[in-house]
Write a protein that binds this ligand. Structure first.
Ligand code: HEC
Length: 286
């Protein structure tokens, strides 16, 4: 056992402890126990790291031994410099040593060089290894965001864009193109609009107050999605109190609240107002 292997033990121990320490301080564990006890991947990573550290030391030692052997088989004690190490890592030869690379083949005077892979290629390879380790630590050990998180994020951004679009195109829907929206999101949005703007006159349950009952089969201004949309947009008969909402609500909001009104049909509010208007035939509804 020479000096090198003793200092290697120290080096490996220090590097290993440093990584363990850094990771421990990053990973949040519930009861302050060591993270690798809770996280199998973390434990696996540490084992791999240890193997890699030992491998690096072994290769380092081998390089040093090889370097110290002169071609004649004698030890020469040229120290390992960064340059010589880099050259060993990429197996590159300086241009002056080109003749050593020549293959024996001689095809009518045409000779061939036995070049190692170009250093830029080899470096790319090493960088890939580093990247892979970083990637693994980030996504497998620290469980950073997943593809599903990414999807959620993009969906949120898309939803913002849709909102923005609706705002900029407030009049996109008219009575003809309005369609009953049965999805929960739209209905709850409609309910909110109704509670804020309409409940004062139609009551929160739609049973009617100043305005008529919106849950029965009778309609003054016509039932069905198109008529309801139209009434909310343009208002009721003059002087009756039902204003036009087109200036206040966007057409999307009107479609939502009209859908909500539609969804109230058939519910039986307590103290519902007596039916007004004509009986609206289901079949006429779209
Ligand atoms: C200031 C009171 C008032 C408010 C606020 C109000 N309405 Fe009305 N609403 C009325 C009156 C009054 C009528 C009857 C209009 C008529 O007879 O022409 C009516 C009629 C309607 C009708 C047609 C009913 C039918 O029988 O044809 C619908 C649908 C309606 N309102 C929905 C809404 C919605 C949705 C809102 C909220 C965005 C709203 N109203 C806000 C008073 C109101």
């Amino acid at each position: 056992m020479n000096n090198l292997s003793i200092s290697a033990y120290i080096r490996i121990t220090i590097a290993f402890s440093a990584v363990v320490y850094i990771m421990e301080s990053f990973i949040d564990t519930k009861d302050k126990s060591f993270a690798f006890q809770e996280n199998l991947l973390y434990a696996l990573f540490l084992i791999v790291l240890l193997v890699v550290l030992i491998a690096i030391e072994t290769v380092w030692k081998a390089i040093k031994l090889l370097k110290s052997l002169s071609p004649e088989g004698h030890f020469d004690n040229t120290p390992i410099t960064l340059k010589s190490l880099l050259q060993t890592l990429t197996k590159s030869k300086p241009i002056e040593a080109e003749d050593q690379l020549m293959l024996d083949h001689d095809y009518d005077g045409i000779k061939e060089l036995d070049n190692a892979l170009p250093p830029w290629w080899v470096w790319l390879f090493y960088i890939c290894i580093f990247f892979a380790v970083g990637y693994m630590v980030r996504f497998q050990v620290f469980n950073d965001y997943t593809q599903l998180d990414e999807l959620d994020k993009e969906n949120q951004i898309a939803a913002l864009h849709i909102e923005e679009y609706k705002k900029n195109n407030a009049d996109l829907i008219d009575a003809e193109s309005a369609v009953f929206q049965s999805d929960e999101k739209t209905l709850s949005e409609g309910k909110e609009i109704f509670t804020t703007n309409c409940a004062a006159c139609h009551r929160a349950d739609g049973g009617g107050g100043i305005g008529p009952n919106l849950t029965d089969d009778n309609w003054i201004l016509g039932g069905g999605m198109k008529n309801i949309f139209n009434t909310i947009t343009e208002g009721g008969r003059p002087g009756k109190g039902m204003v036009a909402w087109k200036g206040t609500l966007t057409s999307f909001e009107i479609q939502a609240v009209a859908s909500y009104v539609m969804s109230l049909h058939g519910s039986t509010p307590a103290e519902a107002k007596a039916a007004e208007g004509d009986l609206w035939q289901e079949t006429e509804q779209q």
